[in-house]
Ligand binder design. Structure first.
Ligand code: SAH
Ligand code: SF4
Length: 431
């Protein structure tokens, strides 16, 4: 979500004549886009921001802007105003489209500009992102979140859930495909609760409509919520030929009492039933997840339930997080916080299991030929390309070819399987 916000901001700046400059010492405008989902990002932010003070001092025309989730929290804005008073522009997650206007005003008046709203009822349309990749694009389908999982700050920093219309989304994707895009990643905190505000169509209707767009080859989406994923959505895996055989379905934990205290609104048995249905509808589907260890009150036995679930499901990969208390969320006030040392011990055990299972899953690809959509060349070696399979496996392969392969689909024979990637050799360019 943040990455796509950055793309939108870069696109707006290009449209008014700015060009990208990697070196802050050479730039006229610097934008710090922030995340606050875990404390670590919070802590790093102030350190990073501080490093720009020197440039600002030596060049008063240098304009420093802060945006993203952190300024959505009043205490952070106060801190910036107090200790980093040289920051010129602060804007939140829900008025990104106002950034060019804020920048103009800052330049014209010399005055600091602030634009933060709690909950913007307007869905921002008509932004022209500067995409990171030529052939794949991020597309928002919903903004915000209504779920209030007790550990999570997102509903407070991104406001209430709002869906775009199927028509606006399809028009955007159609335009992207005319511009060479082959793969879209549909973004929403809970894509399954998508509901067209005009027609009332749901997520499966949206998938079917996108599947009909000419030129598009792959559809991905994130994130699905186990409480809202429907049988109709699952049947799309059989129906929509462009829908990738891959799903990211965060489980967070394998114990019912903890799931309840997290306010996730599903239990272990229901999660396992969804996995069964997904594998029935799409036998080669790859499944990834998010897991939090050390949620307040989590006992050793409850943590063991998470380990046993991980082994039972056999995830292809998982993002694992140590619980991080976020000010203003209910769980931060729960009294039975788990000591850091125990959290870290559990985390290490979990990661060991996840990595072992990932390697086992990846090993089944040895000798197979996979269709890979090429993302680009390796930074270190011009002959090594990397890309993703339909199931989102990262594949690195040798390609001693003069041809530009970025954005092309090629067949790669897998010769080595690692925990986080597959290695192979190109067999044929199917294009
Ligand atoms: N909307 C998505 C995820 C958004 S945040 C969903 O519901 O799955 C991405 C992940 O960060 C979450 O799935 C969760 O695993 C993790 N996360 C969120 N808040 C956290 C916290 N306070 N401490 C640790 N991990 C957290
Ligand atoms: Fe956070 Fe839960 Fe919303 Fe995901 S669904 S963004 S974890 S509150």
């Amino acid at each position: 979500m943040n990455e796509h916000d950055s793309e939108n901001i870069a696109g707006m700046l290009e449209a008014i004549g700015y060009i990208h400059e990697e070196n802050p010492n050479m730039a006229d405008v610097l934008i710090v886009n922030t995340c606050s989902v875990r404390e670590n990002a919070d802590n790093r932010f102030f350190g990073v921001l501080g490093t720009f003070k020197k440039i600002k001092k030596s060049n008063p025309d240098f304009i420093v802007c802060v945006c993203g989730c952190m300024p959505q929290q009043p205490r952070i804005v106060e801190e910036i105003k107090k200790s980093f008073s040289w920051v010129d522009i602060i804007f939140g997650t829900q008025n990104i489209s106002r950034f060019p206007e804020l920048l103009d005003r800052r330049i014209e008046t010399g005055k600091k500009q602030y634009a933060i709203v709690d909950d913007n009822p307007v869905v921002e349309e008509h932004m022209e992102p500067k995409r990171l990749f030529k052939h794949k694009a991020l597309v928002n389908i919903t903004y915000g979140c209504n779920n209030f999982c007790t550990y999570c700050i997102v509903p407070y920093t991104r406001g209430r859930e709002k869906s775009r219309t199927v028509k606006d989304i399809c028009t955007e994707i159609d335009k992207l495909c005319r511009d060479g895009v082959k793969e879209v990643m549909l973004l929403g905190q809970n894509v399954d609760s998508f509901k067209d505000p005009v027609t009332g169509e749901g997520f499966p209707d949206l998938l079917r409509a996108i599947n009909r767009i000419n030129g598009l080859e792959r559809i991905r989406f994130m994130t699905s919520h186990p409480k809202d994923i429907s049988d109709d959505m699952i049947s799309c895996f059989g129906e929509c030929d462009k829908l990738c055989h891959n799903i990211h379905l965060p489980v967070q934990c394998g114990n019912d009492r903890v799931l309840k205290r997290m306010n996730r609104k599903y239990n272990r048995a229901q999660y396992l039933e969804i996995i069964e249905k997904l594998r029935e509808a799409c036998p080669d589907i790859t499944i990834s997840t998010d897991i939090i260890v050390g949620f307040p009150g989590e006992t050793e036995e409850e943590f063991e339930d998470t380990l046993s679930l991980v082994n039972e499901v056999g995830f292809d990969s998982a993002f694992t997080f140590i619980y991080s208390p976020r000010e203003g969320t209910p769980a931060a006030k729960f009294e039975d916080q788990v000591p850091e040392e125990i959290k870290h011990r559990r985390f290490d055990r979990l990661v060991d299991d996840i990595n072992r299972i990932s390697l086992e899953k990846n090993s089944t690809y040895l000798g197979k030929i996979c269709e890979v959509l090429v993302e680009g060349k390796s930074k270190n070696n011009d002959n090594v390309y990397s890309g993703r399979t339909d199931g989102f496996k990262l594949v690195n392969f040798d390609a001693c070819s003069e041809r530009e392969l970025e954005g092309k689909t090629v067949s790669v024979k897998i010769t080595e399987c690692k925990t986080f990637s597959l290695e192979g050799v190109i067999v044929d360019e199917t294009i």
